[in-house]
Design a protein around this ligand. Structure first.
Ligand code: ZN
Length: 246
């Protein structure tokens, strides 16, 4: 499953393209996620699980995005809570920081994001500690929405979005996940509404053309010449752009 954003999603939400760093993150020398925990059939994936990484923004201000992602992967490889030899690597499928979405694991890989709920979930994480004082930036919220729209449209059995805390007893993710759910659910409607607004604006242009034409052809109108010149200006632009050919 290819997570790169389609062009219309990028322009509709004003977000940068997702960045694939799957082959830049450290992995456990003993196994991959697929070898450790298995690869899930696409049809089993029904739910996007929302997380934060619970690392405060001030504590990582000096880290580049890739440095911090690398540190997170290393800490999970060292972690022996789940497996004697550590987790396989970075625990989420997508990770967000500084308004950018990073593709961190194959979507089908069964990573450890929500205990007992990893067979059907795609894990999306925003960097920061939203339980202890950090707040979700507008840029991060927009790109999180884009990631969720992108994934939801590619899952044939998609059911919805769940915050980690709705699946397990945890405070993760700490930000307003209901807003994300609502924005993702209304995305198609938002796109249609935006298109209708553009069509309405285009109709105002048509009305103005007609108005200029009526004035230009009226022998009694004082500024008929001005109206005609404006239409000729527009015509020259349309010729230049090759808009005169249907
Ligand atoms: Zn979580």
């Amino acid at each position: 499953m290819d997570l790169l954003f389609p062009e219309d999603l990028i322009s509709n939400l004003g977000v940068p393209q997702l960045i694939d760093i799957r082959d830049q993150l450290p992995v456990n020398s003993n196994y991959t996620w697929g070898q450790l925990a298995g690869v899930r059939p696409l049809e089993d994936l029904t739910t996007i699980a929302l997380h934060h990484d619970a690392i405060s923004k001030t504590s990582t201000a000096g880290n580049s995005d890739l440095q911090l992602a690398t540190n997170i992967a290393k800490s999970h490889i060292r972690l022996t809570k789940n497996e004697e030899k550590g987790d396989a690597g970075f625990p989420y499928h997508v990770w967000i920081r500084n308004g950018k979405a990073y593709w961190t694991n194959n979507v089908l890989d069964r990573t450890y994001g929500v205990a007992s709920n990893n067979g059907y979930t795609v894990h999306v994480c925003v960097s920061g500690d939203y339980v202890n004082g950090d707040s979700l930036t507008e840029d991060d919220r927009r790109v999180l929405t884009a990631v969720c729209v992108d994934i939801s449209k590619q899952l044939p059995s998609y059911k919805g979005i769940k915050a980690h805390c709705e699946l397990n007893a945890t405070s993760c993710p700490g930000y307003d996940y209901n807003r994300i759910k609502a924005d993702v659910a209304s995305y198609d409607q938002m796109v249609q509404e935006r298109y209708r607004n553009r069509v309405n604006a285009a109709y105002n242009t048509v009305l103005r053309f007609q108005d200029l034409y009526n004035k230009a052809k009226d022998p009694a109108f004082q500024f008929k010449d001005v109206a005609l010149c404006k239409l000729e200006d527009i015509a020259a632009y349309m010729v230049q752009k090759d808009y005169m050919n249907p």
